[in-house]
Design a protein around this ligand. Structure first.
Ligand SMILES: Nc1ncnc2c1ncn2[C@@H]1O[C@H](COP(=O)(O)OP(=O)(O)OP(=O)(O)O)[C@@H](O)[C@H]1O
Length: 835
């Protein structure tokens, strides 16, 4: 193996010759002068840590299986590197060495970068700079590739912190950072975060559009003045902005690199909350003009300008390492901005030397490693150059101002976040209040439902019953009042009608009286006014009729006048019971007329079956009889009237023609409960020894002269015999009576002891029949008659409901008043009723 070349021979490159002349290697390595008591002093601090990063061989992709010779070999200690040359090898001791083959970007970051980033989060300052020739992998390591992210993004993530999201909400907020991105191109500083048009943009040789859109910045102290920064604590947003900025860097194809970074890029990350700062510097390639292949004066000038930063940095490093009293920080914009990184006691520099194992790159690789070795030798101590007081103050003011601005922004951000949270909290409170109201409403409803579901208590039932009872009571009272009112109205109406009827009846009675007077006068005329008895009879008749007319007793009377002149017959039936009132009127054959009188006994019995017919008589007068003896016919009619008045009420029925139906018979049969008693004259004539006795009570004021029965006795019989039969008929002697000698004007009773000596034949003849006698009985005790007190209203109702027969009476021939005729035309019965 060839002997290891001395470092001197390896580092004797043209570019470094001048430095070697000024700062011998021995001095460089031992630039920290030993001072008395140095043995007891702490070991010197190396502010610059140098890491070698060896990229993959460029021909690996094209020749994957080929054995490609490499100029670099990492020693076993992992911190030193052997460079192979044609004449031998040279070792370089570094703080660490890593190859891309062994450590990808993640591995490299974790091994050499992560600890520094943690220091920044704790408030330290760190500058990570990529140094190496073009195409050695500086940008690749700094920004990464599609597969892996580089140091910029990984460190930002570490500082900001990984975001945790759940259901679209961020759970953890990262560290607040302030990021500014600068580009130093052609010794000008551009603000890559500003999109404004730069008035002083240098466009020579580069696309105008690119440089024209950038803002050029001036340096104030050690900082770029008015640099734009992005701030926040959300890693996603910050990284996205940095990615955009990365693409705005000026790149150009060179012989060494298709997309060669022609500028230095500085990404400055401030962590104002702790005072930490991270400065990431991706330097342009360190190749010289010839190596870059630039042709022409302009291109050579550009390359020279680009290298100005690299050259100035080399000198700064050498000056610091040599302990020179003056460090030329102001030789370039890059060194001006990196001054704090070298001078601040809290600041550390991580210099990553990028190198290619390609044999063609050997010289550049050695130059890079020598540069790194020098930087590694820098220590802080007494040799630290005296700082420029004014510049330091200015720099501190800028830093403080920046920090204050960052803190203000941070406070503002916290305040806005706080406001947002406050707003959310208020909204949540409102929502909570609304929900509570809904809950209370629902609870009330639930309570109601539960209450309804419960069984009603006894008190509730009682109260409801009472309430219902009161309501029904009120309804009942109101209905009673209504009924009373209606009843009063009905009574009043009935009373009025009754009065009208009474008035009508009084008029009818007057008419009837006048008619009777006419009849009486006719009778007197017909008898030639000669018979005194007739006079007496007529007088009696008038007397009785007037009594009846003026009588206010409760006796009910009925009367039908024979109207034989008109050969019409009217049938009048009176009943004391309104419900049982039987009425009928019909046209009859001209040669027949009859009178029917019916007394019904009990007005209080409403049942038809209980009605008792006391008397019914039919009288038929034939035209033949009337033609033989007109006067006899008239007398008969008058007798009928007498009969109605009391003494001669009972007239025998003269049924001449048996084959013809008896007039009014149908109506009588229809009348329930009436008993028809017919007297057949032919039969009487056949029995010569018998006398037919009509028995009746004497007609008194309180007694209408009720008919009792008809008895057949021998003509030789006496009143004593007749009494026995009558008493048998009456069923005992409770209605004890005496016979009246009716022919006697005084109407004297026959003493009982004389009854056996008095012949039945001495009784008055009844209805002009030779063998008919009338036995008029005077009751010893007064007969209690159950007579009707029927109201007129019922009778009136009956009359209205009846079908009239207009042929029954002839107009103008009626003996009654027109009003009565009208009534008779409406009803089959004429009636006179007195109370
Ligand atoms: N470790 C690596 N692994 C794979 N490819 C790499 C690696 N390093 C660099 N490359 C590739 O080499 C090319 C040049 O690399 P890069 O641009 O990073 O070089 P550079 O040093 O930044 O050059 P310049 O100074 O000109 O910008 C790129 O295409 C890059 O992808």
């Amino acid at each position: 193996m060839a002997p290891t070349p001395s470092s001197k021979s390896i580092l004797s490159t043209p570019s470094s010759k001048s430095h070697h002349s000024r700062t011998p290697s021995s001095k460089r390595l031992n630039f920290t002068k030993e001072t008395p008591g140095a043995a007891s002093a702490p070991p010197p601090e190396h502010p610059v840590e140098v890491i070698g990063r060896i990229r993959n061989h460029s021909e690996t992709k094209t020749k994957p299986n080929a054995v490609i010779p490499s100029s670099l070999q990492i020693n076993t200690d992992g911190k030193s590197l052997r460079v192979k040359t044609e004449i031998g090898y040279r070792n370089f001791s570094l703080d660490g060495v890593s190859s891309s083959e062994e450590d990808d970007l993640d591995g490299f970051y974790k091994k050499f970068v992560e600890a520094r980033i943690n220091g920044v989060k704790s408030g330290n300052k760190c500058t990570i700079m990529m140094y190496g020739p073009t195409g050695s992998g500086k940008s690749h390591t700094m920004f990464g590739c599609a597969k892996q992210q580089g140091i910029v993004y990984k460190s930002l993530r570490d500082i900001l912190g990984e975001e945790e999201e759940e259901n679209g909400e961020r759970l953890r907020v990262g560290t607040f950072v302030q990021v500014s991105v600068l580009e130093i191109y052609n010794e000008e500083i551009y603000d890559l975060l500003s999109s404004g048009i730069s008035g002083g943009g240098f466009t020579l040789g580069w696309p105008k559009s690119t440089s024209a859109s950038k803002v050029r910045l001036e340096v104030m102290g050690k900082k770029a003045k008015n640099a734009t920064f992005i701030s926040g604590n959300e890693a996603g947003k910050i990284l996205k902005e940095v990615q955009k900025v990365e693409k705005r860097r000026i790149v150009k194809s060179t012989l060494c690199n298709e997309r060669s970074s022609r500028s230095h890029c500085l990404i400055i990350v401030d962590v104002p909350t702790v005072g930490g700062q991270l400065m990431l510097v991706d330097m342009a390639g360190s190749e010289n003009i010839e190596q870059a292949g630039q042709i022409g004066l302009e291109a050579k000038m550009q390359t020279a300008k680009i290298n100005q930063g690299n050259t100035a940095l080399k000198r700064v490093v050498e000056s610091i390492a040599n302990g020179d009293s003056h460090v030329p920080f102001r030789d370039s914009k890059l060194t001006m901005l990196l001054q704090d990184s070298f001078e601040d006691d809290k600041s550390k520099i991580l210099m990553i030397l990028c190198a290619s194992p390609d044999m063609k790159e050997l010289h550049k690789t050695i130059a890079t490693l020598e540069y790194g070795a020098k930087a590694k030798c820098i220590v802080r101590g007494p040799h630290t150059p005296i700082k420029d007081k004014g510049a330091e103050d200015s720099s501190s003011a800028v830093i403080l101002g920046s920090r204050i601005a960052a803190l203000d922004q941070f406070i503002f951000k916290l305040q806005s976040e706080n406001k947002l949270k406050e707003k959310e909290r208020n909204e949540a409170k409102k929502e909570l209040k609304k929900k509570e109201e809904e809950v209370s409403i629902l609870r009330a409803k639930l309570a109601l439902v539960e209450e309804k579901g419960k069984e009603p208590s006894e008190e509730e039932i009682n109260s409801k019953v009472n309430e219902r009872t009161q309501m029904l009571k009120r309804e009942l009272e109101s209905k009673i009042q209504e009924c009373e009112k209606m009843a009063n109205e009905v009574v009043e109406m009935e009373r009025r009608k009754m009065e009208e009827r009474m008035f009508q009846q009084q008029q009818e009675v007057e008419m009837l009286r006048a008619r009777l007077e006419e009849v009486e006068s006719e009778l007197r005329l017909s008898r030639g006014c000669g018979s005194e008895s007739s006079e007496t009879e007529g007088g009696n008749f008038m007397k009785r009729f007037l009594e009846v007319s003026s009588d206010d007793s409760d006796m009910v009377k009925s009367m039908d006048l024979d109207r034989s002149i008109d050969l019409e017959t009217s049938v009048v039936t009176y009943g004391t019971n309104t419900n049982n009132f039987c009425e009928g009127r019909q046209s009859v054959t001209p040669n027949k007329a009859f009178l029917t009188t019916v007394y019904e006994e009990d007005e209080y019995e409403n049942d038809d079956e209980d009605k008792e017919v006391i008397e019914e008589k039919k009288m038929i007068v034939t035209p033949e009889i009337e033609s033989k003896d007109q006067s006899s016919s008239r007398e008969m009619r008058i007798q009928n009237i007498f009969t109605l008045c009391g003494n001669y009420r009972e007239l025998p029925q003269l049924d001449i023609n048996e084959n013809e139906p008896k007039l009014g018979e149908n109506e009588l049969q229809k009348s329930k409960g009436t008993t028809e008693i017919s007297i057949d004259l032919k039969e009487n004539h056949n029995t010569l020894d018998d006398v037919e006795v009509y028995v009746k009570w004497e007609a008194l004021k309180e007694n209408p002269g009720q008919f009792i029965t008809t008895l057949k006795v021998s003509k030789d019989s006496t009143l004593a015999d007749l009494r026995k039969l009558i008493e048998i008929h009456l069923g005992g002697d409770q209605n004890a009576f005496t016979f009246l000698v009716l022919g006697d004007p005084l109407g004297a009773p026959v003493p009982k002891e004389k009854e056996s000596a008095t012949s039945t034949m001495k009784l008055p003849i009844c209805n002009n029949q030779l063998r008919g006698r009338l036995a008029c009985l005077r009751p010893v005790k007064p007969i209690i008659l159950r007579l009707s007190h029927m109201p007129f209203s019922s009778l009136e109702n009956k009359m209205v409901a009846t079908t009239p027969d207009s042929n029954f009476t002839k107009k103008g021939d009626s003996c009654f008043s027109p009003m009565i005729d009208q009534q008779l035309s409406l009803t089959p019965f004429g009636n006179v009723r007195r109370y």
